[in-house]
Design a protein around this ligand. Structure first.
Ligand code: PLP
Length: 275
């Protein structure tokens, strides 16, 4: 595997990144996961825009989009995969222990992992921990993801692939790495960004392409919903067939199936200059 570290492509075994990078020591970094299909990125422009928003939220200098585009192209060319996930990590950079960010400038790593198409449906659990919709990091895709790691472990222990959070007001928020949609009486709803969820790129496209509404939803909407589905870069649109052990009607239901079809067609057409 070849990956990009701070300006150049390296063999993974020779790549060097300081153990004193602020991203590693205190989680002072931001990231994006970008889907790549046969060497082509999907929605890279939208991911770069979000990376910049996240970096600004942490007070990091704006990332160099040109370098990241070159890095993504170089990594994809060096590691041909059918379906892959590019991981762009942009950090606070090297700083002596106990100090603020160093002066050496931010760190950048672009790596690639092969991935597989997700099943059409999956099981989810809800977790007792909350997303803080008024927290300092809300809406930023930072490398401080340990809360998600813990929640995802809970999901995996229950045979599910995703864990759903409420926010501090017990409103439906999002998954550890996905946004959530519910179908009620034929209409599609998803929590607003004010719920504390990440402004998912797949979520935004799904809202636009399916006409979903942003609605503040109580947690128990999950008991009443006709259908539930998830969106994320790696799941695209994925139906939910089990929530905390309960099985909603056959999944993917008709509205989810249509959303999956529309998403796949629009994404494959790739005629949207933003993508
Ligand atoms: N919510 C969280 C917390 C995430 O980490 C992600 C993606 O990793 C998403 C939602 C979905 O966002 P996207 O569709 O941009 O992948």
């Amino acid at each position: 595997m070849k990956l990009w570290v701070n300006g150049a492509l390296h063999d993974e075994a020779d790549a060097r990144f300081s153990v004193l990078d602020h991203g590693l020591t205190v989680g002072d970094g931001v990231f994006e996961t970008v889907k790549a299909v046969r060497g082509d990125t999907f929605a890279l422009t939208l991911h770069l825009e979000r990376l910049t928003r996240s970096a600004r939220g942490l007070g990091l200098p704006d990332p160099d989009h040109d370098e990241i585009r070159r890095a993504c192209a170089a990594v994809l060319e060096a590691n041909p995969v059918e379906l892959g996930r590019l991981r762009i990590t942009y950090t606070g950079g090297v700083s002596p222990l106990g100090s603020e960010r160093g002066e050496a400038g931010p760190g950048l790593v672009v790596a690639l992992g092969a991935t597989q198409r997700r099943p059409d449906t999956t099981a989810v659990v809800t977790v007792p921990w909350t997303r803080n919709e008024r927290g300092a990091l809300v809406g930023l895709k930072t490398t401080s993801y340990a809360e998600n790691v813990v929640a995802l472990a809970r999901a995996h222990a229950a045979g599910a692939s995703e864990a759903l959070f409420a926010n501090t007001r017990d409103r439906l928020c999002e998954g550890t790495g996905s946004n959530v949609f519910v179908v009620l009486g034929g209409r599609v709803h998803t929590p607003p960004v004010a719920s504390g969820c990440l402004a998912g790129i797949t979520r935004a496209l799904a809202i636009e392409w399916t006409g979903a509404e942003e609605t503040d939803l109580p947690m128990d909407v999950l008991d009443e919903a006709d259908e539930v589905f998830l969106t994320s870069t790696l799941r695209d649109v994925q139906g939910v067939h089990r929530i905390d052990g309960r099985e909603p009607a056959g999944a993917p239901g008709p509205v989810t199936a249509k959303a999956m079809r529309v998403f796949e067609e629009r994404a494959a057409a790739d005629t949207d200059p933003r993508l």
